[in-house]
Design a protein around this ligand. Structure first.
Ligand code: DC
Length: 217
C-alpha cells in the first residue's frame, strides 16, 4: 500500500502520516526533510540557495545521515528549504530516493507513506491513496507557534503567520511541481479538527478506498 499525503506547512500532515504508517505497518518518509537537508548543506557550505547549480549539487551530495538532526527543524531552514525547492535540478536530484523508498520500503514494511507537497501529483501519481491536508493559515500559524514554544523557541505569532503565508505562496506558485490538490485526492480540512479527528477521517477514507478496490487492509 502506498499513501501520498500533501499539504501546506503545519496542516497536520506529518502527524497524520506517522499515525497512518503505524496503523497499517508502513514505512514513513517526511520528504520535507530532503529539502531541509539541502538547505542545511548550503548553509554549512555558504552556498547560494538561489543558484540552481549550487543548490542541485547540494541536493545530490546528501546521504541518509543528513536527514537527522535538530537543525532541520529550524524556521530559517524551513524558509530556505522552500527557496531551494523551486529549482528543477534540486527536485530531480531528490526524485529517485523518494520513488525507491516507496517501491522498496525499508525494514520489510509492506508499503509506505510519503508526505510533502508534490507526492500525489509528481512523485507517486499512481499511489493507492492520496490525501491533501489543509487548514486555515491562522490555525496553522497557531499550531506552529505552540510547537515552537513547546521546544523552548521564542517566536512572535504574527511573524510565524507571515512566514507561513510567504512559504505557502512560494510553494503554490512555483513553476516546477507546485503544491496543488490533485483531482483524486481526499481533501481533509483540519481547521476545526484535532489530530485524533483528522486520523479518524483519513483512516475511514483508506478503509473505504481499499474495500472498494477489493483489497484487504
Ligand atoms: O514539509 P516541510 O515544511 O518540512 O517542507 C519544507 C519545504 O520543502 C516546503 O516549504 C517546500 C519544500 N518541499 C517541497 O517542495 N516538496 C516536498 N515534497 C516537500 C517539501
Amino acid at each position: 500500500m502506498v499513501i501520498a499525503i500533501d499539504g501546506p506547512a503545519a496542516a497536520g500532515k506529518g502527524t497524520l502520516a506517522r499515525r497512518l504508517a503505524e496503523q497499517f505497518g508502513l514505512a514513513h518518509l517526511d520528504t520535507g526533510l530532503l529539502y531541509r537537508a539541502t538547505a542545511v548543506r548550503l548553509l554549512l557550505d555558504g552556498g547560494d540557495p538561489n543558484s540552481e547549480l549550487t543548490a542541485s549539487a547540494a541536493a545530490r551530495s546528501l546521504s541518509t545521515n543528513d536527514l537527522r538532526g535538530p537543525e532541520l527543524l529550524d524556521e530559517q531552514v524551513a524558509r530556505l528549504a522552500s527557496v531551494v525547492a523551486v529549482h528543477d535540478g534540486v527536485r530531480a536530484a531528490l526524485l529517485d530516493f523518494q520513488r525507491s523508498f516507496a517501491a522498496s520500503p525499508p525494514n520489510g514494511a509492506r508499503g509506505a507513506v510519503l508526505d510533502g507537497r508534490d507526492i500525489g501529483s509528481v512523485i507517486l501519481p499512481d499511489a493507492d491513496i492520496k490525501i491533501f491536508v489543509t487548514a486555515s493559515s491562522e490555525v496553522r500559524a497557531e499550531r506552529r507557534y505552540q510547537e515552537l514554544r513547546a521546544r523552548g523557541v521564542h517566536s512572535i505569532k504574527s511573524l510565524v503567520l507571515k512566514k507561513i503565508q510567504e512559504r505557502d505562496e512560494r510553494d503554490r506558485h512555483r513553476e516546477v511541481a507546485p503544491m496543488v490538490p490533485v483531482e483524486d485526492a481526499f481533501l481533509l480540512d483540519t481547521t476545526n479538527m484535532d489530530a485524533d479527528a483528522a486520523f479518524e477521517a483519513a483512516y475511514e477514507f483508506v478503509m473505504l478506498r481499499q474495500t472498494s478496490n477489493g483489497r484487504n487492509v
